[in-house]
Design a protein around this ligand. Structure first.
Ligand code: ATP
Length: 284
């Protein structure tokens, strides 16, 4: 695997995302605070698709909340496009496990809500929303309400809601984990095609190493918590465009999977051992 030249990165441009020496402690009801992350460095270039994997509870979501500005680091710095994050970061889109679409609004109103909130005139916002609804494959569903859509369709609405605002950074926390396996792979391929239209930097958190490799330019492996940090970073040299449903059968994909799994396995085992020890202690 060699270093990638992601997206449309310009040599003089600052990284899209840069975390330097980040430690994050949470205060808990116990006497000592819980250190979720320690001395974590992470850099994502403009246009780069970065997947973050690691054992359960290691701090993947916490890393995203620091980039989004929802949480502040205890020490260290977090920058987006060369600016230190303080408060909610503008120009950043989010997609989480549970979608944030409004049940009482139609698809069209959901997708146009963001631009309207930002002051785009109604007609323009509706035209742009129709364009994005078409791009995510929901032509003809503009007047449906979320409860009238399948899980995959709701994810498409959430994608359109994000992409219509043309974010330069998108943070995704297991966005497709609630979908069945086939829909999930299809959505992943569609995500790559849509990402290619505007090439935002993406940080995609997942438990699924196959999904991470199929999507990303770079896979970052975190260590088991507490005090998680970056264990290793792998550049994924699989050609694009990729069809997620098929790429996992390529011999190169299997090679890469083995290499990354070597790094990840020890952390997963450690996290598992910690959890089982903890529950044994609690039940004794
Ligand atoms: N607000 C908080 N207060 C106290 N502890 C927290 C808080 N948020 C997260 N933590 C702890 O920090 C650690 C990292 O949590 P985080 O949700 O970032 O992990 P994760 O890798 O995303 O987990 P998963 O893979 O299970 O989704 C966990 O031990 C969690 O309990």
């Amino acid at each position: 695997m060699h270093a990638t030249t992601p997206g449309t990165a310009d040599r003089d441009e600052p990284p899209a995302i840069e975390l330097r020496g980040v430690t994050k402690r949470f205060t808990t009801d116990k006497a000592t605070p819980y250190t979720a992350l320690r001395d974590l460095d992470l850099e994502v270039a403009p246009g780069e698709f970065c997947a973050v994997v690691g054992p359960t509870g290691c701090g993947k979501s916490t890393t995203l909340t620091l980039v989004s500005g929802l949480e502040r680091p205890s020490t260290g710095s977090v920058e987006v496009h060369g600016r230190r994050v303080s408060g909610i970061t503008p120009g950043v889109g989010f997609m989480f496990q549970t979608d944030a679409i409004l049940p009482w609004k139609t698809v069209l109103d959901n997708v146009s809500a963001g631009p309207r909130f930002r002051g785009t005139p109604k007609r323009q916002a509706l035209d742009d929303a129709r364009d994005w609804i078409r791009r995510v494959g929901l032509n003809g569903f503009e007047d449906r309400y979320p409860h009238q859509l399948s899980g995959g369709m709701r994810k498409r609405v959430a994608l359109a809601q994000n992409l219509i605002t043309e974010p330069r950074v998108i943070l995704m926390d297991e966005p497709f984990s609630a979908l069945d396996v086939q829909t999930r792979a299809k959505m992943s391929t569609e995500l790559l095609a849509l990402w290619d239209l505007t090439r935002p930097a993406v940080v995609f958190v997942t438990h699924d190493l196959e999904e991470a490799i199929a999507l990303a330019d770079t896979v970052v492996v975190l260590t088991a918590g507490p005090a998680a940090t970056v264990k290793a970073r792998f550049a994924i040299d699989l050609p694009r465009p990729r069809v997620v449903q098929e790429i996992r059968f390529e011999p190169r994909f299997v090679d890469i999977y083995h290499q990354i799994w070597e790094a990840l396995r020890a952390e997963v085992d450690l996290a598992y051992a910690q959890t089982t020890q903890l529950s044994a202690k609690e039940s004794s």
